[in-house]
Design a protein around this ligand. Structure first.
Ligand SMILES: [Zn+2]
Length: 504
């Protein structure tokens, strides 16, 4: 045994150092050469690297054609897990390949008069942790199971050969481990090739009529990353209503199971109106931020974003709109706290603490907020760290007293987007192809805007009874604002009257 350790240990270390020396500093004259080099390394070491970040060269750059990238970061398929998202709760069956492996390769474009432009590996950590690196592991990575497009395979998939037989044939023909679901995915891809860039381009062109803003991203391997778009109507709605935006994702609305990110604004009648749709491969901060940046061209700084407590969404908003406020949906906040209390403290105590927390979220006084904190801790000292870590440290996202100067238009939840989601789900499901999904959404939105303008007209030509006392000022506003707008102004005036102030 001792013999083994002595012999093996330096050997492993030697291999790692050797590999590292072999790769760092290595340069390539074009991207294809780099890709082939990485592929060879992956095959030899039974590992798989995936893109975790990249920056493309600007168009017109002399190396745009050959090298394509300013920089590229590859990480092990079983690398560091991304930040937790609350959406995990919604999809409990989700699995992850991430095992916190630290292997990474970074390449950067360099230029010198002697060599010209080169793609240089500047960092290569090639020791893998927490996961096996053997032949079978490499075989079962989804990327390696993917069926290569091939005419005879296409023909067979189109026929009625049973799936299990087809799987065997393809496995042998392409010399890889192919599962039943891989064949199923391939069948779907053949039916509607929208996960490749060509197919997405087709959809983009078909909706790009009359000033539509579209942004879509693919990986270096040309795999779909995201498709975000704003129609002319959406751009108009956002231009008119920049104060509050509500963000949420919905799932199972297309056959690729790409989550659909929706952003809505609140119009003059208090209705939620969609301003951005984005299909995303996953909900990483990077991808969500790319999608949200589409809003940028129309509106640089919305005042408030409403989200449920999804860390990716929050991270993406902070990246794109650092000046905007982020507020958590009060419904999600209360549900999360209730759930924690129900499982961690006695029923009686749970109700008591919940009421104190609710009060904390509504109170407009900073002082009362701090006192309620003390009340919660003295009622049950064991919950202090939970509240401190999860809620008090981010009180600007949910406590009314932290945002007294913000007009949130009566919005406290992400309800508008959620009800929109439940309505679109009557038209979309996990069998809808992406192109059909886009088309149906366009139809749904235009129908929605027709209904809204009809309702708006009805509002305008009918008489309204306000819940607020009539004053001369309010009557004036009612004539020039929408009923919702007048109601808001009335509310603000009544709040203002309640404030004590001194003139100095
Ligand atoms: Zn690894």
């Amino acid at each position: 045994m001792a013999f083994y350790i002595i012999i093996n240990y330096p050997l492993v270390t030697f291999t790692i150092i050797y590999l590292k020396k072999n790769m760092e500093g290595k340069s390539f004259t074009n991207f294809t050469e780099f890709k082939e080099f990485i592929k060879k390394h992956e095959e030899e070491q039974h590992v798989l690297f995936v893109t975790s970040g990249s920056k493309k060269l600007i168009s017109g750059h002399p190396a745009k054609e050959s090298i394509q990238y300013e920089w590229l970061k590859l990480v092990c398929k079983q690398g560091r897990a991304t930040k937790p998202t609350s959406s995990k709760g919604i999809r409990p069956n989700q699995r992850s390949w991430k095992h916190d492996c630290g292997a990474v390769i970074r390449a950067v474009i360099r230029h010198s008069d002697v060599t010209g432009y080169q793609f240089v590996i500047t960092k290569a950590i090639l020791s893998h942790e927490n996961h096996p690196t053997d032949h079978l592991t490499a075989l079962v990575y989804p990327e390696n199971r993917r069926i290569k497009p091939d005419e005879t395979v296409n023909l067979m998939v189109g026929t009625k050969i049973p799936q299990s037989e087809l799987r065997q044939i393809i496995s042998q023909k392409q010399n890889k481990c192919v599962l039943g679901k891989d064949v199923e995915n391939y069948r779907k891809k053949l039916k509607d090739p929208c996960t490749d860039s060509e197919g997405v381009e087709k959809i983009v062109n078909s909706i790009k009529v009359g000033g539509v803003m579209v942004k879509y991203g693919v990986t270096p391997e040309n795999e779909f990353l995201y498709l975000a778009y704003m129609t002319k109507e959406m751009i108009g709605s956002l231009k008119a209503n920049k104060t509050i935006l509500i963000i949420d994702c919905t799932y199972k609305v297309n056959e690729y199971l790409f989550p659909l990110l929706n952003v809505m604004c609140i119009d003059a009648n208090g209705n939620g109106v969609p301003v951005l749709h984005a299909f995303v491969r996953n909900e990483s901060i990077e991808i969500l931020a790319e999608c949200l940046s589409v809003l940028h061209d129309v509106c640089v700084e919305p005042q408030i974003f409403f989200v449920d407590k999804d860390f990716s969404e929050i991270g993406a908003i902070k990246q794109c709109f650092p000046q905007s406020l982020i507020r958590l949906c009060s419904f999600h906040t209360m549900t999360a706290v209730k759930k924690y209390l129900n499982t961690n403290v006695s029923k009686e105590l749970s109700n008591k603490i919940f009421d104190l927390f609710k009060e904390q979220s509504y109170t407009l006084s900073e002082e009362a907020f701090e006192l309620l904190k003390v009340d919660i801790i003295s009622a049950c000292p064991s919950v202090e760290s939970y509240f401190q870590n999860n809620w008090w440290s981010i009180s600007d996202m949910w406590a009314a007293c932290r945002n007294t100067d913000v007009a949130s238009l009566h919005i406290t939840t992400t309800n508008h987007v959620e009800s929109y989601h439940s309505r679109i789900k009557k038209h979309l499901d996990s069998h809808t192809t992406l192109s059909v999904c886009v088309t149906k959404l366009l139809l749904f939105d235009s129908d929605l805007s027709k209904i809204k303008s009809a309702q708006h007209h009805i509002h305008k030509i009918t008489k309204h009874y306000s819940t607020l006392p009539d004053t001369h000022l309010l009557t004036l506003y009612k004539n020039i604002l929408t009923p919702f707008g007048a109601e808001l102004v009335g509310h603000q005036i009544s709040l203002f009257k309640r404030c004590n102030y001194n003139i100095v």
